[in-house]
Design a protein around this ligand. Sequence first.
Ligand SMILES: Cc1cc2nc3c(=O)[nH]c(=O)nc-3n(C[C@H](O)[C@H](O)[C@H](O)COP(=O)(O)OP(=O)(O)OC[C@H]3O[C@@H](n4cnc5c(N)ncnc54)[C@H](O)[C@@H]3O)c2cc1C
Length: 543
Amino acid sequence: MNNFDFIIIGAGSAGCVLADKLSACGNYQVCLLEAGPKDKHWSIHIPLGVIELMKSKVLNWQFNSAAEVTQNNRKIFNPRGRTLGGSSSINAMLYIRGQKQDYDHWAELGNDGWSFNEVLPYFKNTQHQERGESDLHGVNGPLNVANSYSKPPIHDDFILSAQQAGFPLNDDFNGLEQEGIGYYQVTQINGQRCSAAKAFLTPNLHRSNLTVITDAQVQNILIDDKSKDKVATGVCYKVKGHRYNIFATKEVLLSAGTFNSPQLLMLSGVGPKAELTKHDIPLKHELTGVGQNLQDHPDTVVVTHHKRSDLLAIRPKAAWWLFKQGLKYFPLFSDKRTGILTSAVAESGGFIKSKPNLSRPDLQLHFIPASFDDHGRDLKMLLNYGVSIHTCLLRPKSRGSITLYGKKVSLHPKIMLNMLAHEDDRKDMIQAVKIARSILAQPPLNDNNGNEIFPGNNIQSDEEILDFLKNKANTIYHPVGTCKMGSDDLAVVDNELKVHGIKSLRVIDASIMPTLISGNTNAPTIMIAAKIADSILASYQQG
Ligand SMILES: Cc1cc2nc3c(=O)[nH]c(=O)nc-3n(C[C@H](O)[C@H](O)[C@H](O)COP(=O)(O)OP(=O)(O)OC[C@H]3O[C@@H](n4cnc5c(N)ncnc54)[C@H](O)[C@@H]3O)c2cc1C
């Protein structure tokens, strides 16, 4: 089959929602193309597999940034999912929406329809909140949102210590108030990951009008620029070395994520003229904002030795311990999964203010009951019994970019995060380190703490902490903004996510966020796709 009504590029958080909603009525032929394989591997479905997924070369794109001038020329690791479910199949499963003000700000920028009250119905109707229905939570949606199944008591110690340090308790970060410390809710169902694929795609694979092709990397979008209106007509993709062209009678929907969506636009001749000329790509439509405005949450981690025994560590008798945990996860006489294998690693955390006079939180905490370094990839660190407090800045002012290394899609996009470029970000991140230390200094955590591993007791002055941040700060994996929604010079899509100047082409994924939301980005991306899918369906019903 060569012709479809809709072709969706990328089966990630957004692409799975689009595939479900556009194929549900049965009136449209929908094709979903995914560069990665099917989501069969155990590490996707067993939550603790998240540690394994960080290292996977098959299910994770394993991007690294270019040498970051603002961080001593380090090449910073940027994991991204490469399978059905995309990054929702490798993420930490925390369910967060952000702050009301984030979306009201999008609307204030001129993006009609995107205020919090207008997006809230899409958060609600995509979720099934296991705690039940309320003004702010929905039930019976495909995405299962649960209390964490794994709650090692060390998390209670963190929550108590944070309260001792002056931060309030919060039992629902998606409730009326985001501020406070507590347990995260997770996108899991009965102790298994509930990725966007599991929620929106797998149950609908039987639909005869939905074609899903995996291991199919889109090479470029076909754009007809000969007629008066430039129009996207289809895509060229490659499977096992063979190229295929398929055509969209209605629209091409680009959902390849914040790094790959701008890359594909540029490879298709849409983007900044200078960048395309540099790589000898014929310009079909100039859009200077493609790949610009990259934003991500800069993250720092304070790690200390800790004496409690209920930590994630490579311990003596590890095989026996794992065997017992396996029995909890695959119990003989029940189907309820429990134990450490259900752990998304960062069960507790919170949203706090770096300065008391702020009107809303600007920092997010993720507490990890392990001594973590290098994104959990340094397994030697797990020989220590330790705890880690990650602190990230929610609305950074630094901006990075995505450009190209060359004209082939097989080359990774050139990522320049440019974190800590803005002086305010540097100051706030120094404060973030101090706050994490202030929590670790309170009981009950400090009763069991040993020496600090990172930054280390010798790092005390602001200059020393800044130097530590340049050497160690990473992202916490929430890149957005590279195909931003708006009507200014850098905008790539309008408020219906249609690409400016090209018909029948939309970008629908995290890249369209004009500004980063204050929290983890999976649920917001799902909301974006659900909202635009409804709008697409309505437009064709009317037309
Ligand atoms: C390690 C990690 C931990 C995270 N933890 C959390 C968390 O706990 N909570 C949370 O809310 N968010 C978390 N996030 C962020 C969240 O998962 C993402 O913001 C969200 O999944 C982005 O969705 P997306 O649709 O924009 O892109 P993705 O889900 O990344 O989807 C893009 C898809 O497009 C495919 N693709 C790319 N190029 C091509 C091509 N040329 N042809 C065909 N297919 C292509 C990719 O393989 C991928 O499947 C985390 C992310 C990571 C990586």
